[in-house]
Design a binder for this molecule. Structure first.
Ligand code: FAD
Length: 312
Protein backbone atom coordinates (compact mmCIF):
# COMPACT_ATOMS: atom_id res chain seq x y z
CA UNK A 1 0.00 0.00 0.00
CA UNK A 2 2.77 2.36 1.06
CA UNK A 3 4.67 1.44 -2.11
CA UNK A 4 1.59 2.24 -4.24
CA UNK A 5 1.24 5.70 -2.68
CA UNK A 6 4.91 6.48 -3.29
CA UNK A 7 4.56 5.53 -6.95
CA UNK A 8 2.76 8.83 -7.58
CA UNK A 9 5.41 10.95 -9.26
CA UNK A 10 5.71 14.19 -11.18
CA UNK A 11 8.67 15.80 -12.90
CA UNK A 12 7.99 19.39 -11.81
CA UNK A 13 5.97 20.21 -8.70
CA UNK A 14 5.19 23.78 -7.64
CA UNK A 15 3.88 24.33 -4.11
CA UNK A 16 1.31 27.14 -3.83
CA UNK A 17 -1.16 28.58 -6.33
CA UNK A 18 -0.64 32.24 -5.48
CA UNK A 19 0.58 34.72 -8.09
CA UNK A 20 4.11 33.28 -7.95
CA UNK A 21 3.10 29.63 -8.29
CA UNK A 22 0.53 30.12 -11.04
CA UNK A 23 2.89 32.51 -12.85
CA UNK A 24 5.76 29.99 -12.75
CA UNK A 25 3.47 27.19 -13.97
CA UNK A 26 2.33 29.35 -16.89
CA UNK A 27 5.90 30.36 -17.73
CA UNK A 28 6.90 26.68 -17.85
CA UNK A 29 3.81 25.83 -19.91
CA UNK A 30 4.75 28.52 -22.46
CA UNK A 31 8.13 26.78 -22.76
CA UNK A 32 6.48 23.38 -23.20
CA UNK A 33 7.28 22.11 -19.70
CA UNK A 34 4.48 20.37 -17.84
CA UNK A 35 4.11 21.04 -14.13
CA UNK A 36 1.69 20.38 -11.29
CA UNK A 37 0.75 23.03 -8.74
CA UNK A 38 -0.26 21.82 -5.26
CA UNK A 39 -2.53 24.27 -3.45
CA UNK A 40 -3.74 23.79 0.10
CA UNK A 41 -7.02 25.71 -0.40
CA UNK A 42 -10.11 24.15 -2.00
CA UNK A 43 -10.13 26.86 -4.74
CA UNK A 44 -8.06 29.70 -6.14
CA UNK A 45 -7.56 32.31 -3.39
CA UNK A 46 -8.83 35.36 -5.22
CA UNK A 47 -9.42 37.52 -2.16
CA UNK A 48 -7.34 40.62 -1.52
CA UNK A 49 -7.44 43.83 -3.47
CA UNK A 50 -4.71 45.16 -5.68
CA UNK A 51 -1.07 46.27 -5.93
CA UNK A 52 1.06 48.58 -8.02
CA UNK A 53 2.94 47.10 -10.96
CA UNK A 54 5.66 48.76 -13.00
CA UNK A 55 7.46 48.21 -16.29
CA UNK A 56 9.23 45.00 -15.29
CA UNK A 57 5.98 43.43 -14.10
CA UNK A 58 4.47 44.11 -17.51
CA UNK A 59 7.53 42.65 -19.22
CA UNK A 60 6.86 39.47 -17.24
CA UNK A 61 3.11 39.56 -17.96
CA UNK A 62 3.81 40.05 -21.68
CA UNK A 63 6.16 37.06 -21.62
CA UNK A 64 3.39 35.05 -19.98
CA UNK A 65 0.91 36.24 -22.61
CA UNK A 66 -1.49 38.10 -20.31
CA UNK A 67 -0.02 41.63 -20.50
CA UNK A 68 -2.60 43.05 -22.92
CA UNK A 69 -5.47 41.50 -21.02
CA UNK A 70 -4.26 43.27 -17.87
CA UNK A 71 -3.79 46.55 -19.78
CA UNK A 72 -7.40 46.37 -20.96
CA UNK A 73 -8.63 46.14 -17.35
CA UNK A 74 -6.32 48.63 -15.67
CA UNK A 75 -5.60 52.31 -16.24
CA UNK A 76 -2.08 53.52 -16.91
CA UNK A 77 -1.07 55.62 -13.91
CA UNK A 78 0.50 58.92 -14.96
CA UNK A 79 3.76 60.33 -13.66
CA UNK A 80 6.88 59.48 -15.59
CA UNK A 81 8.19 57.16 -18.27
CA UNK A 82 7.06 54.06 -16.41
CA UNK A 83 4.27 51.71 -17.30
CA UNK A 84 2.54 51.81 -13.96
CA UNK A 85 -0.86 50.26 -13.27
CA UNK A 86 -2.71 49.23 -10.16
CA UNK A 87 -3.60 45.63 -10.89
CA UNK A 88 -6.45 43.85 -9.12
CA UNK A 89 -5.21 40.65 -7.56
CA UNK A 90 -8.24 38.53 -8.45
CA UNK A 91 -8.23 39.68 -12.09
CA UNK A 92 -4.56 38.76 -12.52
CA UNK A 93 -4.73 35.45 -10.66
CA UNK A 94 -7.75 34.32 -12.68
CA UNK A 95 -6.18 35.43 -15.98
CA UNK A 96 -3.05 33.38 -15.24
CA UNK A 97 -5.06 30.34 -14.15
CA UNK A 98 -7.27 30.43 -17.26
CA UNK A 99 -4.20 30.05 -19.48
CA UNK A 100 -3.07 26.83 -17.76
CA UNK A 101 -4.00 23.38 -19.08
CA UNK A 102 -6.96 21.93 -17.16
CA UNK A 103 -5.92 20.00 -14.07
CA UNK A 104 -2.57 21.77 -13.59
CA UNK A 105 -3.62 23.03 -10.15
CA UNK A 106 -4.49 20.36 -7.59
CA UNK A 107 -6.57 21.89 -4.81
CA UNK A 108 -6.93 20.56 -1.25
CA UNK A 109 -3.30 19.49 -1.51
CA UNK A 110 -1.40 20.85 1.48
CA UNK A 111 2.24 19.88 1.80
CA UNK A 112 3.17 19.17 5.41
CA UNK A 113 6.75 17.99 5.05
CA UNK A 114 9.47 17.13 2.55
CA UNK A 115 12.07 14.34 2.54
CA UNK A 116 14.96 13.41 0.33
CA UNK A 117 14.19 10.32 -1.71
CA UNK A 118 16.05 7.48 0.00
CA UNK A 119 15.80 5.20 -3.04
CA UNK A 120 19.00 6.42 -4.61
CA UNK A 121 18.71 4.09 -7.62
CA UNK A 122 15.22 5.13 -8.68
CA UNK A 123 15.09 8.49 -6.92
CA UNK A 124 18.33 10.31 -7.57
CA UNK A 125 17.88 13.82 -6.23
CA UNK A 126 14.10 13.50 -6.13
CA UNK A 127 12.10 14.75 -3.15
CA UNK A 128 9.22 13.02 -1.41
CA UNK A 129 6.39 15.41 -0.60
CA UNK A 130 4.07 14.44 2.25
CA UNK A 131 0.54 15.80 1.93
CA UNK A 132 -1.94 16.52 4.72
CA UNK A 133 -4.25 13.71 3.52
CA UNK A 134 -1.48 11.16 4.16
CA UNK A 135 -0.51 10.65 0.52
CA UNK A 136 2.96 11.22 -0.87
CA UNK A 137 4.26 12.47 -4.19
CA UNK A 138 7.73 12.12 -5.64
CA UNK A 139 9.03 15.23 -7.42
CA UNK A 140 12.12 15.49 -9.59
CA UNK A 141 12.00 19.29 -9.43
CA UNK A 142 10.40 21.09 -6.48
CA UNK A 143 9.59 24.81 -6.67
CA UNK A 144 8.43 26.58 -3.52
CA UNK A 145 5.84 29.33 -4.08
CA UNK A 146 4.00 28.78 -0.82
CA UNK A 147 4.10 32.29 0.56
CA UNK A 148 5.38 33.83 3.75
CA UNK A 149 5.02 30.68 5.90
CA UNK A 150 6.64 28.51 3.26
CA UNK A 151 7.18 24.82 4.10
CA UNK A 152 9.68 24.64 1.23
CA UNK A 153 11.69 27.61 2.54
CA UNK A 154 11.76 26.02 6.01
CA UNK A 155 12.95 22.73 4.53
CA UNK A 156 15.68 24.62 2.62
CA UNK A 157 16.78 26.18 5.91
CA UNK A 158 16.07 29.76 4.82
CA UNK A 159 15.84 32.40 7.52
CA UNK A 160 12.42 33.05 9.01
CA UNK A 161 10.75 36.21 7.72
CA UNK A 162 11.04 39.17 10.05
CA UNK A 163 8.13 41.12 11.37
CA UNK A 164 8.73 44.67 10.15
CA UNK A 165 6.76 45.94 13.13
CA UNK A 166 4.38 47.67 10.76
CA UNK A 167 0.77 46.90 10.04
CA UNK A 168 -1.22 47.40 6.86
CA UNK A 169 -4.85 47.63 5.99
CA UNK A 170 -6.24 47.88 2.49
CA UNK A 171 -9.53 48.61 0.86
CA UNK A 172 -11.28 48.71 -2.44
CA UNK A 173 -13.98 51.23 -3.29
CA UNK A 174 -16.40 50.71 -6.15
CA UNK A 175 -18.04 53.56 -8.08
CA UNK A 176 -20.57 52.14 -10.52
CA UNK A 177 -20.83 55.48 -12.36
CA UNK A 178 -17.08 56.12 -12.47
CA UNK A 179 -14.85 57.44 -9.69
CA UNK A 180 -13.64 60.66 -11.25
CA UNK A 181 -10.10 60.31 -9.82
CA UNK A 182 -7.16 61.24 -12.02
CA UNK A 183 -5.09 58.16 -12.99
CA UNK A 184 -2.43 59.11 -10.46
CA UNK A 185 -0.86 57.52 -7.41
CA UNK A 186 -1.84 59.74 -4.49
CA UNK A 187 0.53 59.37 -1.56
CA UNK A 188 -0.17 60.78 1.90
CA UNK A 189 1.94 60.51 5.01
CA UNK A 190 1.67 61.60 8.58
CA UNK A 191 2.95 60.81 12.03
CA UNK A 192 3.89 57.13 11.93
CA UNK A 193 1.77 56.23 8.94
CA UNK A 194 1.68 56.29 5.17
CA UNK A 195 -1.34 55.97 2.93
CA UNK A 196 -1.93 55.74 -0.77
CA UNK A 197 -4.84 55.75 -3.15
CA UNK A 198 -4.79 54.83 -6.79
CA UNK A 199 -7.48 54.01 -9.36
CA UNK A 200 -7.32 50.52 -10.90
CA UNK A 201 -9.94 50.87 -13.64
CA UNK A 202 -12.74 53.37 -14.33
CA UNK A 203 -14.92 52.14 -11.48
CA UNK A 204 -12.44 50.79 -8.91
CA UNK A 205 -10.12 52.55 -6.50
CA UNK A 206 -7.55 50.82 -4.28
CA UNK A 207 -6.27 52.37 -1.07
CA UNK A 208 -3.92 51.28 1.70
CA UNK A 209 -2.62 52.51 5.01
CA UNK A 210 0.51 51.25 6.76
CA UNK A 211 1.49 52.26 10.26
CA UNK A 212 3.67 51.39 13.22
CA UNK A 213 1.56 50.49 16.24
CA UNK A 214 2.51 52.55 19.27
CA UNK A 215 1.95 49.55 21.56
CA UNK A 216 5.22 47.55 21.80
CA UNK A 217 3.54 44.14 21.54
CA UNK A 218 2.10 45.20 18.20
CA UNK A 219 -1.45 44.18 19.14
CA UNK A 220 -2.84 47.69 19.24
CA UNK A 221 -5.06 48.52 16.29
CA UNK A 222 -4.99 44.98 14.92
CA UNK A 223 -7.71 43.24 16.92
CA UNK A 224 -10.34 45.76 15.94
CA UNK A 225 -13.57 45.12 14.10
CA UNK A 226 -13.72 46.22 10.46
CA UNK A 227 -15.97 49.14 11.48
CA UNK A 228 -13.43 50.28 14.09
CA UNK A 229 -10.61 49.80 11.61
CA UNK A 230 -12.37 52.02 9.11
CA UNK A 231 -12.72 54.72 11.78
CA UNK A 232 -9.03 54.26 12.65
CA UNK A 233 -8.06 54.86 9.00
CA UNK A 234 -10.38 57.86 8.71
CA UNK A 235 -8.97 59.39 11.91
CA UNK A 236 -5.40 59.08 10.59
CA UNK A 237 -6.40 60.64 7.28
CA UNK A 238 -8.36 63.45 8.91
CA UNK A 239 -5.33 64.26 11.10
CA UNK A 240 -3.49 65.32 7.95
CA UNK A 241 -6.56 66.92 6.39
CA UNK A 242 -6.70 64.42 3.54
CA UNK A 243 -8.95 65.49 0.64
CA UNK A 244 -12.66 64.72 0.96
CA UNK A 245 -12.61 62.32 -2.00
CA UNK A 246 -10.00 60.18 -0.22
CA UNK A 247 -12.15 60.05 2.92
CA UNK A 248 -15.15 59.18 0.75
CA UNK A 249 -13.27 56.29 -0.88
CA UNK A 250 -12.51 54.81 2.55
CA UNK A 251 -16.07 55.44 3.79
CA UNK A 252 -17.64 53.67 0.83
CA UNK A 253 -15.37 50.59 0.96
CA UNK A 254 -17.37 47.56 1.99
CA UNK A 255 -16.78 46.49 5.59
CA UNK A 256 -15.69 42.97 4.79
CA UNK A 257 -13.27 44.42 2.25
CA UNK A 258 -11.09 45.73 5.06
CA UNK A 259 -8.37 43.51 6.49
CA UNK A 260 -5.34 44.05 8.65
CA UNK A 261 -2.05 42.26 8.26
CA UNK A 262 1.33 42.44 9.91
CA UNK A 263 3.91 43.21 7.23
CA UNK A 264 6.51 40.46 7.25
CA UNK A 265 9.32 39.97 4.78
CA UNK A 266 12.93 39.14 4.18
CA UNK A 267 14.36 42.57 4.96
CA UNK A 268 15.92 44.62 2.15
CA UNK A 269 18.01 47.41 3.68
CA UNK A 270 17.13 50.22 1.22
CA UNK A 271 13.39 49.57 1.42
CA UNK A 272 13.63 49.35 5.20
CA UNK A 273 15.36 52.76 5.42
CA UNK A 274 12.89 54.42 3.04
CA UNK A 275 10.03 52.99 5.08
CA UNK A 276 11.53 54.26 8.35
CA UNK A 277 11.89 57.76 6.93
CA UNK A 278 8.38 57.70 5.48
CA UNK A 279 6.79 56.79 8.79
CA UNK A 280 9.05 58.42 11.35
CA UNK A 281 7.53 60.60 14.04
CA UNK A 282 10.85 62.24 14.83
CA UNK A 283 10.46 66.03 14.45
CA UNK A 284 13.61 66.52 12.33
CA UNK A 285 12.91 63.54 10.10
CA UNK A 286 9.30 64.66 9.76
CA UNK A 287 10.34 68.16 8.69
CA UNK A 288 12.88 66.80 6.19
CA UNK A 289 10.41 64.26 4.83
CA UNK A 290 7.41 66.55 4.48
CA UNK A 291 9.18 69.76 3.42
CA UNK A 292 12.33 68.64 1.62
CA UNK A 293 12.25 64.96 0.69
CA UNK A 294 8.70 64.13 -0.37
CA UNK A 295 9.43 64.54 -4.09
CA UNK A 296 12.73 62.65 -3.85
CA UNK A 297 11.13 59.79 -1.93
CA UNK A 298 8.28 59.47 -4.38
CA UNK A 299 10.72 59.52 -7.31
CA UNK A 300 12.96 57.01 -5.51
CA UNK A 301 10.04 54.65 -4.99
CA UNK A 302 9.25 54.81 -8.69
CA UNK A 303 12.88 54.32 -9.71
CA UNK A 304 13.46 51.26 -7.51
CA UNK A 305 11.04 48.94 -9.31
CA UNK A 306 11.80 50.45 -12.70
CA UNK A 307 15.33 49.18 -13.31
CA UNK A 308 15.65 47.39 -16.63
CA UNK A 309 15.46 43.64 -16.02
CA UNK A 310 16.18 42.97 -19.69
CA UNK A 311 14.33 40.85 -22.20
CA UNK A 312 12.29 38.00 -20.82
C1 FAD B 1 -5.42 35.92 -0.14
C2 FAD B 1 -4.34 36.98 -0.35
C3 FAD B 1 -4.69 38.33 -0.60
C4 FAD B 1 -3.72 39.31 -0.81
N1 FAD B 1 -4.06 40.62 -1.08
C5 FAD B 1 -3.14 41.56 -1.35
C6 FAD B 1 -3.46 42.91 -1.71
O1 FAD B 1 -4.62 43.27 -1.77
N2 FAD B 1 -2.46 43.81 -1.96
C7 FAD B 1 -1.15 43.44 -1.90
O2 FAD B 1 -0.27 44.27 -2.14
N3 FAD B 1 -0.80 42.17 -1.56
C8 FAD B 1 -1.76 41.24 -1.28
N4 FAD B 1 -1.42 39.94 -0.95
C9 FAD B 1 -0.02 39.64 -0.85
C10 FAD B 1 0.53 39.38 -2.23
O3 FAD B 1 -0.39 38.68 -3.03
C11 FAD B 1 1.72 38.52 -2.01
O4 FAD B 1 2.64 39.20 -1.22
C12 FAD B 1 2.39 38.21 -3.31
O5 FAD B 1 1.43 37.98 -4.27
C13 FAD B 1 3.22 36.98 -3.12
O6 FAD B 1 2.65 35.93 -3.84
P1 FAD B 1 3.08 34.45 -3.61
O7 FAD B 1 2.47 33.68 -4.72
O8 FAD B 1 4.56 34.38 -3.39
O9 FAD B 1 2.44 34.04 -2.21
P2 FAD B 1 0.90 33.96 -1.77
O10 FAD B 1 0.07 34.94 -2.54
O11 FAD B 1 0.92 34.05 -0.30
O12 FAD B 1 0.47 32.50 -2.24
C14 FAD B 1 0.96 31.33 -1.61
C15 FAD B 1 -0.01 30.20 -1.91
O13 FAD B 1 0.53 29.01 -1.38
C16 FAD B 1 -0.49 28.30 -0.71
N5 FAD B 1 0.19 27.50 0.30
C17 FAD B 1 0.81 27.93 1.42
N6 FAD B 1 1.35 26.93 2.10
C18 FAD B 1 1.06 25.80 1.39
C19 FAD B 1 1.35 24.41 1.60
N7 FAD B 1 2.04 23.99 2.67
N8 FAD B 1 0.91 23.51 0.67
C20 FAD B 1 0.21 23.93 -0.43
N9 FAD B 1 -0.10 25.23 -0.65
C21 FAD B 1 0.33 26.16 0.25
C22 FAD B 1 -1.40 29.37 -0.14
O14 FAD B 1 -2.71 28.89 0.12
C23 FAD B 1 -1.38 30.40 -1.26
O15 FAD B 1 -2.41 30.20 -2.20
C24 FAD B 1 -2.37 38.95 -0.73
C25 FAD B 1 -2.00 37.59 -0.48
C26 FAD B 1 -2.98 36.62 -0.30
C27 FAD B 1 -2.58 35.15 -0.05
Amino acid sequence: MEQQKQDAAEDVVIVGAGLAGVGVALGLHRKGVRSVVLESSPALRTSGFAFMTWTNAFRALDALGVGDKMRSHHLQVQGGPHEARCVQRNVLLQALEEELPAGTIRYNSRIVSIDDDKEKDGGGDAKILHLADGSTLRAKVLIGCDGINSVVARWLGLAKPLDSGRRATRGHAKYSDGHGFQPKFMQLSGNGFRAGLVPCGDTDVYWFLTWSPSCPDGKEDVDQSPAEMKQFVLAKLRSIMAPDEVLDAVERSEMNDVLVAPLRAQVIAASYMVGRVQQSEHAVVRFARDRLLSGVLAKGLLMMPDYDCGTL
